[in-house]
Design a protein around this ligand. Structure first.
Ligand code: SAH
Length: 225
């Protein structure tokens, strides 16, 4: 069963989220929609309960990557905010997410009015997040267990694609599933650090590509374990 917080807890966490939003603004996040989503979503409910909940509850609103189970981590709030801001999400847009994880990034996109499709390759995380997101009111996301390198061709094209694991290269299937004029954000690199890449699809074969500094993600894995 999932952890439920009391009303007093909620007030405490509301205050912590306000402070987190202030920190994100100081670090350059300006998109009001992104900041509103982060202000609203109870990030402390998204962690792996087997890893010592009280300690994690204390850290839920610090700008840290934290464990979510299956050896994976939830991205730093700044990373989530940065990637989402670069996607320029508008209400009603179709967004494909690679790496559902605990569903926090998914919830941010839903809060911004996107229609979210998300793929996760770890069965344990997929099963848990599929139950958890509806439980906290984000049940509109369409979640899939599978290989993110292949995307979800059955629902393509997507207005936006967000990859939340470090990829060794840009998967061609994902580029194909992006609409013309669409934006894809993907951290590229095989070591501990990746370079954030933003691609804008100009035509069936042309893309603008920009780089936005170093980030740390868990790897985007290629074959099933
Ligand atoms: N967006 C997530 C971030 C989780 S970390 C969140 O907010 O919690 C990245 C996730 O990508 C992990 O859950 C990992 O299992 C998943 N992943 C790694 N390689 C993948 C692949 N090839 N296809 C789909 N998901 C993948």
């Amino acid at each position: 069963m999932f952890y439920k917080v009391s009303k007093e807890d909620e007030y405490l966490f509301q205050g912590k989220r306000k402070r987190l939003v202030e920190q994100l603004k100081e670090k350059g996040i300006t998109d009001g929609q992104v900041l509103n989503a982060i202000l609203k979503i109870p990030r402390h409910l998204f962690f792996d309960q087997s890893t010592g909940r009280p300690a994690l509850l204390d850290h839920a609103y610090s700008d840290k990557a934290l464990p979510i189970g299956a050896g994976q981590t939830i991205s730093h709030p700044f990373t989530v905010a940065f990637q989402t801001q670069k996607l320029e999400v508008k209400r009603g847009e179709k967004v494909l997410e690679i790496g559902t994880g605990c569903g926090y990034q998914t919830a941010v996109l839903i809060e911004m009015g996107a229609k979210v499709y998300s793929i996760e390759r770890q069965r344990e995380l997929y099963d848990k997040t599929k139950l958890f997101l509806p439980y906290i009111g984000y049940g509109s996301a369409k979640l899939y267990y599978g290989d993110g390198y292949k995307g979800l061709p059955q629902y393509a094209p997507y207005d936006k694609i967000i990859v939340t694991a470090g990829a060794p290269y840009i998967p061609q299937d994902l580029l194909q599933q992006l609409t013309i004029g669409g934006i894809m954000i993907i951290p590229i690199g095989e070591g501990a650090e990746q370079i954030m890449n933003v691609l804008i699809k100009k035509s069936g074969t042309e893309f603008d590509r920009q780089e936005f500094g170093k980030f740390k993600f868990v790897p985007m894995l290629q074959n099933k374990n």
